[in-house]
Write a protein that binds this ligand. Sequence first.
Ligand SMILES: [Zn+2]
Length: 104
Amino acid sequence: MSTFDAVVIEDLDMKGMSQALNFGKSVADNGWGMFTSFLQYKLSERGKQLIKIDTKTCSSCGNTQPMPMEIRTYACSSGLNIDRDYNSALNIKKEGIRLLASAY
Ligand SMILES: [Zn+2]
């Protein structure tokens, strides 16, 4: 736990996911939520950060749009048109740099 300063997770749309996978409501409410709460707690105990990434944000212009799980490409009116995971990765990088810059 001592070799990193932050954990970055995708802020999953558990409502959409539980519908897509036919999970019950309780899974969405308790499973992921409990895990992230526990993670947040354990990290803050050690002075680390939990960073949640919003997959709905355009990594180019910052606009947001709904991104249901079945949509694999992030297409924005700003002209951005890339794989959704790559867009998320760019958001993670930007957010990570922003948080680290503000911490020092
Ligand atoms: Zn855009």
